[in-house]
Design a protein around this ligand. Sequence first.
Ligand SMILES: O=C(O)[C@@H](CO)OP(=O)(O)O
Ligand SMILES: [Mg+2]
Length: 439
Amino acid sequence: MTEITDVDAWEVLDSRGDPTVRVRVEAGDAAGTFTVPAGASTGAHEAVERRDGGDRYGGRGVREACAAVRDELAPVVAGRSVTDQAGIDEVLVDCDGTENLSRLGANAVLGVSGAVAHAAADATDRPLYAVLAPDAGPGDLPMPMINVLSGGLHAAADLPIQDFLAVPVGAETYPEALETVWAVRRAAGNRISADRRSAGNRSPSGDGDGDHPPPVADEGGFVPSVADADAAFELLVDAIRDAGYAPGDEVAIAVDVAATHFYDADRDRYALAGERLDRAAMVDRVAGWIDAHPICSVEDPLAEDDWDGWERLADRVGDRVQLLGDDLLATNADRLARARGAGAANAALIKPNQAGTITRTRRVLEASQDAGWAPVVSARSGETCDATIADLAIGLDAGQIKIGSLARSERLAKYNRLLGIARASDGGFAGGDALAPLD
Ligand SMILES: O=C(O)[C@@H](CO)OP(=O)(O)O
Ligand SMILES: [Mg+2]
């Protein structure tokens, strides 16, 4: 048994330049570090983090979360076996004392939980994915859904839909999957640049007529010059063709509508690019996108508490596409159980900082697998070069992963971790089965 001997926490900056929590756990000579990510399109049902700028903690929430790690969480885990992840997570949750971890902050609790997992890997001299894996062992490399076009809260743009992602369903190896999407991204960038050139836009740094680079959003996706979702889907399909791939068969499209953030609860309407859609019209609109474009996965097509809308859409298209709950499920076991009972979705986005501990994350992921629902491990829009989710996806055999674009270091740290694991393994995909090419 290797006992935890020290826990420290401090502020570091994430990919938006905002402070976040980094925790280091020591167990004798072994040590592990984990850095907590942060969402922008956060759901109401996520575990509650202490972030800067919130009223509740006077705007210095991250500093207080770090202090909570040092002053309250460190004493309760000191002396415990670093390999007892479930036991440690239980005392962390008990120490907070609230269900949603709002007293100390879910970022304080997850910071310790994640660093314990890394320290256990170091103490046992095993890769993190092996430490996270069940007795049956780790799974396959996850099929990536990779952000190419961005809108919504991640981009200062008119396009209300958040992510348009390419899924390289025809790729046979991990390097080929990333090469495929890189070619699609480059083709999309060329098209947006050409549009900007003809519209006379120029980047502030541009010094010539040829310089019209596309703007990029929080996760490195390109911000297209269109407000209409159908136009964005068509742009992505054109880019897939430009890159030499068959839309649907070789590269399919996933979309994160992130509808909670344009749902007007007072009027019970979806405010979509100047329109005001009621529930039935929003369901029609999403079904229309699925009919018209080679879409294999739709995330958050309706707002986080619009159960009726989710059920209607699932009845209509649930046998044809992956209906992925992010804000709906919030990596929360009770919400997943409710959604299962209602048949409201058929896949679960898995974000550790929505859950608050590694063990809670694992349990929701496993509950989703038990239900026959595809789990998709996901990064947040605010990230660091911490690559833990890559190991989580492989260790727990998630089958799919969503990290962001291929052009920002905080995203590439995770893709590169997966490439390293692919190099050391047979490189097989699990996700190819879950997301079969479209007919
Ligand atoms: O909505 C999402 O799925 C994520 C990642 O794209 O965004 P955020 O981290 O801002 O919630
Ligand atoms: Mg989402």
